[in-house]
Design a protein around this ligand. Sequence first.
Ligand SMILES: *Cc1c(COP(=O)(O)O)cnc(C)c1O
Length: 381
Amino acid sequence: MAMNLHTLCVHGSAKKYDSAGAISVPIFQSATFAHESLGRSSGFDYSRQQNPTREHLEITLANLEGGLDALAFSSGMAAITALMELFSPGDHIIASDDLYGGSHRLFSSVSVKNGLEFDFTDTSDVESVKRLIRPRTKAFFIETPTNPMMRVTDIRLIAELARNNDILTIVDNTFLTPALCRPLSLGADAVVHSGSKYLGGHNDALAGFLVVNDAGLSERLRYIYKTTGACLSPFDSWLIIRGIKTLAVRVSLQRANALKIAEWLKRHEKVEKIYYVGLPEHPGYEISKRQAEGFGAMISFQVDSRRTAENLLSRVKIIQFAESLGGVESLITYPMTQTHADLPEEEREKKGINDRLARLSVGIEDSDDLIEDLRQALEAE
Ligand SMILES: *Cc1c(COP(=O)(O)O)cnc(C)c1O
């Protein structure tokens, strides 16, 4: 039976694994599974390959993204690392130049050592992507909106360019989640997630996902998956299943809070620049409206001095100064020394990641409390 978003979040997969009628999917804390007889299997052999709890989660995510198959990894980086195993030395990948810091580090220090070649560019400018295509370009790796500068890429345009050149389109959908955007329906071939963020939603577990629409691609990734082994544990699978049950309600509250906060920050005299896709003056506003059902809950903003930034980070009380994003708790980060510390200074400055930039992941607390917290921290002397 076809299910809409809120129902899918709660029920995910109709497949049942127990005979007791448990409402909560059991945690199958078993490394291995018994065979009835030679050649007869329950469908489960060894948990590196598949586990019932993890399978429930994978079907849920595949359904949410409108994909054929989803693979659950022990972290987002484990998922992206496995994805890179699709490629061979000499293959070329064009990636957004404002990527999650960990993805940039993986590509530029580990994947490069394995012979993969990368170009980083502003993928919101399709022409600049087009110019970089070479005979051995095998994939576009897109993050939208980007982290932390919130640039928006038109997924349909990029996917069309990719299809015409036999290139895979990979979209990291961590920031918007399938509650707001489903890249496969816009033409992408693979979706990447850090499940540690909005999908889990409670800052209590790490997870990662790859979701694909093509049977051949799924088969190749399943082979890499069982071979390289960065699978998600049964307990963490269960935590993410539980998190996803409230994904749609969390995200809708988070983005409503984010819009109120962005409008308030925009008017604050100590805030010089604000990067929130949901403000109509944001350059990605119109594209985002076409390809997503909401603007998410991530805000970056630049304050007037390093001193104001330091005050802000040390004086917030409800909002916590911590890495990561997407959970029910609001978190503020300082990209310059946290997520983007590995980027060369010159590159960082050019992007606008300076000592006055903060990134806020808006949680589900009361928006008035969050605004009051920001006010007292920004206005401290
Ligand atoms: C956090 C994050 C990752 C990496 O995921 P982990 O679960 O921390 O390994 C990848 N992409 C984006 C956009 C992220 O925010």
